[in-house]
Design a binder for this molecule. Structure first.
Ligand SMILES: [Zn+2]
Ligand SMILES: [Zn+2]
Length: 379
């Protein structure tokens, strides 16, 4: 639990900073909300005012309503809100994503939101930030999670797609963030063929183009004349489309799923896709550890996912005071509308101590049929 006298406390609405009288990514309506990014488990409707990075405004208005009271912030700006200094720093997670730093009374806290350190042509790069106390996510907080560069995964996607000129290639991926990252990576590989989109993906393309993110030409599948063949075409669709009538027109396609969860053995098979591409917008294990170390924090609180395992590692190996942060809605984050689903956690257990002989803690990451499959992420 967070100490009652710290700069940030946990209230029924979420993380709260009394000095600024603001909540950070609240899960219930509050008067003033600082938003790390537009995924539905971080940006919820109904708040009086919102502060967020300007680049995410298009996404936030689309998802929370055009009329929301939204204050645009730039990376690195220092705002004075009541008695606190507040700044937003790039999280490298999706377009406009931020870590939020708050400082008051000689104490500074950094709330990471979701983040990754791998290069991503669809958003600004991660910025290392120092603070006395760090609240970090740990969605992929197990040593088994180590990502390949996105450009390499994009090359695998390209080869899979271009290797099948007779049939359509349907790639399932989250509609906000992952789809645009894949498009930007394909563009960086020199691909300029038109890519077809499910409506949920198409709706979130324009905010990226407005921010100058280069992507191949795109068109909603629904706007393609019915008599046009789909052989050799790439189609991006959210996971929820997989079992929907929308797939009728794509009968006979080759299918694949792009997600960090594809690193979990058995996940692809259970998704019923022929291929799985391991591509995550969250920090992998080395990035989580590096970020905690680099922050210089004397105290780390770990939320989301494998919080026990990461906290124990930071204590036992890195010598940083660290503990899981649970309570309120912190561990029940899901995506209510499925369109912009964020990645969710599979179940896992870990024994620290195993670190010391070089083996990772015992894990259970979704191989049993009884559980482990990330639920919301796949719906
Ligand atoms: Zn997210
Ligand atoms: Zn999240």
């Amino acid at each position: 639990m967070l100490p009652g006298n710290g700069l940030i406390s946990l209230t029924p609405q979420g993380l709260y900073c009394r000095a600024a009288d603001v909540w950070i990514d609240p899960w219930r309506p509050v008067p003033r909300a600082l938003i790390t990014h537009g995924h539905a488990d971080h940006a919820r409707p109904g708040c009086g005012s919102y502060w967020a990075i300007g680049a995410s405004a298009g996404i936030l208005r689309r998802r929370l309503g055009q009329a929301i009271d939204l204050h645009n912030v730039d990376y690195g700006d220092v705002l004075t809100i009541r008695d606190a200094r507040v700044s937003f720093h790039s999280a490298g997670h999706v377009l406009g994503s931020a870590q939020i730093r708050l400082e008051a009374g000689g104490e500074s806290w950094l709330i990471s939101g979701d983040y990754k350190r791998d290069p991503d042509p669809s958003c600004a790069p991660f910025e290392p930030v120092c603070a006395d106390v760090l609240i970090t996510e740990a969605t992929f907080g197990l040593p088994i999670y180590r990502w390949q560069p996105g450009a390499e995964v994009a090359a695998q996607i390209r080869d899979w797609w271009l290797g099948c000129p007779q049939r359509p290639s349907v790639l399932f991926c989250y509609a906000f963030g992952k789809a645009q990252r894949i498009l930007a990576e394909l563009h960086a590989l020199g691909l300029e063929q038109e890519v077809l989109l499910h409506g949920a993906v198409a709706a979130l393309i324009e905010p990226y183009r407005q921010q100058g993110i280069a992507m191949p030409p795109t068109r909603p599948l629904s706007e393609l004349p019915r008599d046009q063949g789909l052989g050799g075409r790439l189609v991006l669709a959210p996971p929820a489309a997989q079992a929907s009538p929308w797939m009728k027109r794509l009968r006979g396609s080759q299918t694949a799923f792009a997600s960090g969860w594809m690193a979990v053995r058995g996940a692809r098979r259970r998704r019923g896709c022929e291929r799985g591409f391991v591509l995550s917008d969250h920090a992998d294990w080395p990035a989580l550890v590096q970020t905690a170390r680099q922050s210089g924090a004397r105290q780390v609180y770990v939320t989301h996912g494998q919080s026990d395992v990461l906290a124990r590692y930071l204590r036992e190996v890195e010598g940083i005071a660290a503990e899981p942060l649970q309570g309120g809605g912190l561990e029940e984050r899901g995506d209510p509308d499925g369109a912009g689903a964020d990645e969710q956690v599979p179940e896992a257990t870990g024994h620290a101590g195993a670190w010391l002989d070089g083996s990772p803690p015992e894990t259970r990451t979704g191989d049993s049929e009884s559980g482990g499959e990330p639920r919301e992420a796949l719906s």
